[in-house]
Each structure stands twice: as C-alpha cells, then as structure tokens.
Design a protein around this ligand. Structure first.
Ligand code: ZN
Length: 294
C-alpha cells in the first residue's frame, strides 16, 4: 500500500556517494538557477502550448542527459505498520484564526501533527506559527498552491524551493515531505520533487466536511471508525467555512482515537515506523491481490 518509485537514474557514478537530502535541498539554489537558464532556451516550445495544458512528466527544459541529484521519489498515502500510529495533516495554511485554533487544540491534547504550508501564506502569517511548531512537522505545499501538473519543470522546482526556504526560515525546520496541491501527481511534480530530494505525501482518509457540515458527531465517528494503523488523515486549516466543522471537533476525534489506543505522530515518524517492504519473491499470501483476484 505504500510506495511508488519512478525514474531511476543509476548511470551517474557520482550518485554512488548518495548525498543527504538536506544537502540536496541546500544546494538546490544553484540547480534552480541552472534550470532557469535552460528554461529560457526552451521557452519557444513551451509558449506554443496553451496555458493549463498538463505538462509531460519528463518535460525537462534542458538539452542533453538529465542527471538530477535524486532520481526517484517515494509517494506515500498510507504506511504499512502494525503499530497504532496515525498522522494528522493540515493543508493550505497558515491562516488567521484557523491555524491558531488547531494549535490550541493540539496543545491541549498534547498531540503532534504535520502542517503542509503554502509558502506565501507562511510568510504573510508568520506570527501565527511563531514558536508553535516545536512538536510538529513542517511540510511543503508549494509557494502559491498552483497545480504543478500544469507547470514547467523549472516552475515546479521554483514553487517547491521557494516555499522550502520560507518555511525553513520561519519554522526553523527543514521540510522534507511535499504534498502537491490538489494531490496532483501529474506533469513535472515528480521530477521537480526528485530533483530537490523530496518525498511526496498524500493521504488515506480525509475530513468529509461538506457531508457532515450539520452533523459533527457523524464526522467524528467517521474518522474514529475508519482510521487504521498507518493512516494519514487530511484536514485543512484554510478554506471555506464548512471546513471548520472538522477543526471544531478535532478534540473529540483525538480523544476517540486515543481511546482506541492510537498515538499521534508526524508524517516522518509514521514513515520511519513502516515495516520493511515485501520482497518480490516473497509476496504475502495473507490477502488476495485486488488486481488478479487470487
Ligand atoms: Zn492544498
């Protein structure tokens, strides 16, 4: 249920040194600059495509072989673990009133979470999260929440890198998980994330605010009854007022899940708790394959 790897690139001997992800990201400023030059060279071809047209996943705007620092990405929407661990995630903030309320609840419950922040909102609302991220993980939700499947590779790299710098500076934490806006994995999302050493994080269950807007206990029950070990929960600390039903009932969800033995961890902690991936020749026989029916 866990990972998806794409784009292996093992031809580069320098890659054997396996640089740390942090160093990759720190060095990314140079890479972005180099790509910007390349993008200018490819501008004519890009301009012929109408705005909004999904880009090819490998629309790399440079001539010649492409050797990113990190030639694959992991995409996680749920983690295989027998431990009763769950990761709460909050997207699109920080936002006045909303994000502070989430922090107040998480503080009161002593629960950890991961905030996938929009870079420009983190800059505009830095005061809201100042001093409040110690226990939590800072994730990257790009600079301006544009659909990355419709960006060029250079634009996608810039959207991630700009947000990375802002979030790291404001929170004091280097994000290493990217949640692409709209959960969109198409276009150059993966190549840009891979270049910057990021992993991609989606979710396994989300708050159904519209469904339960006028039935808060139904939403609490839905979450408490459907979280399983390794679940990543999607919530938002930004958006339409109907989303507030989830935040206002967050305490009840946390208490309900704790009563069932669940512990709240960050996305990185959840991923670290994953069991080893099944070896290809030793596929688990406990459950039939949903693809083949046997
Ligand atoms: Zn979003």
């Amino acid at each position: 249920m866990r990972f998806f790897s794409a784009v292996t690139n093992t031809g580069d001997e320098r890659g054997r040194e396996k640089p740390s992800r942090r160093n990759i990201i720190k060095g990314a400023g140079l890479a972005v600059g180099g790509l910007a030059v390349g993008a200018a060279g490819g501008a004519a071809a890009v301009a012929a495509v109408p705005d909004g047209t999904p880009k090819s996943a490998m629309a790399i705007p440079v001539a010649g072989p492409w050797r990113p620092a990190h030639g694959h990405v992991d995409v996680t929407w749920s983690v295989d673990t027998s431990q009763k661990l769950v990761a709460l995630t909050f997207d699109d903030g920080p936002m006045p009133n909303w994000t502070g309320m989430v922090h107040d609840i998480l503080d009161a419950e002593k629960a950890k979470a991961t905030f996938f922040m929009v870079g420009e909102r983190a800059v505009a609302n830095a005061k809201i999260i100042h001093g409040r991220m110690d226990r939590h993980e800072a994730g990257n939700h790009t600079w301006a929440h544009k659909d990355m499947s419709r960006l060029t590779h250079a634009e996608a790299v810039d959207a991630i890198h700009r947000a990375h710098k802002a979030i790291a500076q404001i929170t004091g934490k280097e994000p290493r998980h990217l949640r692409p806006p709209f959960g969109q994995l198409g276009g150059t999302t993966m190549s840009a994330a891979g270049q910057l050493g990021y992993d991609l994080t989606l979710w396994g269950i989300k708050m159904l605010e519209k469904t339960y807007e006028n039935h808060p206990q139904g939403l609490v029950d839905y979450i408490v009854n459907n979280v399983t070990p390794g679940t990543i929960v999607l919530a938002h600390d930004h958006g339409n007022p109907d989303r507030l039903v989830a935040l206002r009932n967050l305490s009840k969800m946390i208490q309900g899940l704790r009563a069932k033995g669940f512990e709240f961890v960050t996305v990185s902690e959840l991923v670290a708790a994953s069991g080893p991936p099944a070896q290809a020749p030793q596929k688990p026989s406990r459950s039939p394959s949903p693809l083949t029916g046997h």
